[in-house]
Design a binder for this molecule. Structure first.
Ligand code: PEP
Ligand code: MN
Length: 281
């Protein structure tokens, strides 16, 4: 058939595309909504390392105005010799963050075992770039009602990405938030290439909220601010940002982590830009 809408249909499954392309659906998580004119910042360290590191970071993340604490206990590292995450020992640390702040918690699940272990301890799940193609895991997450951040695989087309989301949606979980985190290209100065046009492209393909990860795309602290502002300007519904009290001592991804004062500054800059765009951070 003729016409733009039908041409778009070849990129997106029926669950990820509401009938009316103008119709956007916000994802509710606790007392907040992702989408609907707000710009939701989710921030925290790449990995939970200790109670002090987590609580110190969380307090500043909250003070800065972010709503969700990102907190990985299990890390999918390229090398098996790199820090693999604190594991189940991190559960009481998540509890400490809950006691000390009002932040909602999100964490990555890499397997069904993680899903079972972490489901009741967090408000939001994350399936990362490596997990995006773990279709069995996506089916299981689809059978929960937890909001999910689904990250784009590093070599996934938008069609691959949306079909991964479709696995969750068609299994009954409608609370999917898409995250553009950069794709692999020939460029090596940045860790990945932030596909900024993925944001408006996904907006025209799907009703789902879309956030940007400036940290794993940039791979360099100096570029995290510009990538964050580009995400907001491109129409994203929020950010997933890495923040660490001592980036140079971080056990993973220190090069791309903002320190606490840089994060406070970034949040101020985002508020100014959001005001121009009629959004609230
Ligand atoms: C992360 O956000 O902790 C992460 C591992 O990122 P990605 O899955 O995008 O590589
Ligand atoms: Mn990381």
């Amino acid at each position: 058939m003729d016409g733009g809408v039908n041409k778009l249909d070849e990129f997106v499954g029926p669950q990820a595309r509401k009938q009316n392309p103008e119709h956007r659906v916000a994802v509710r998580c606790g007392d907040i909504k992702i989408g609907e004119g707000t710009f939701t910042v989710m921030a925290g360290p790449c990995a939970i390392e200790s109670v002090d590191q987590a609580v110190e970071t969380a307090k500043v993340v909250e003070e800065a105005g972010a709503k969700i604490f990102r907190a990985s206990l299990f890390k999918p590292r390229t090398s098996p010799y790199s820090f693999q995450g604190i594991g189940p020992e991190g559960l009481p640390i998540l509890q400490a963050v809950r006691t000390e702040t009002k932040l909602l918690l999100e964490t990555e699940v890499l397997s069904l075992k993680h899903l079972e272990l972490l489901h009741d301890h967090v408000d939001m799940l994350r399936v990362g770039a490596r997990g995006m193609r773990n279709y069995e895991l996506l089916k299981e997450v689809g059978q929960t009602q937890k909001p999910l951040i689904l990250k784009r695989g590093m070599s996934a087309t938008l069609k691959d990405f949306l079909l991964a989301a479709e696995y969750v949606l068609v299994n009954g979980n409608e609370k999917v938030i898409l995250c553009e985190r950069g794709i692999r290209t020939f460029e090596t100065y940045t860790r990945n290439t932030l596909d900024i046009l993925a944001v408006p492209a996904l907006k025209e393909l799907t009703h789902l909220p879309i956030i940007v990860d400036p940290s794993h795309s940039a791979g360099r602290r100096s570029l995290v601010g510009p990538a964050s502002k580009a995400g907001l300007a491109a129409g994203a519904d929020g950010l997933l940002v890495e923040v660490h009290p001592n980036p140079d001592g971080a056990l993973s991804d220190g090069d791309q982590a903002l320190d606490l004062s840089a994060f406070l500054t970034l949040m101020d800059e985002l508020r100014s830009l959001a005001a121009v765009m009629g959004k609230v951070v």
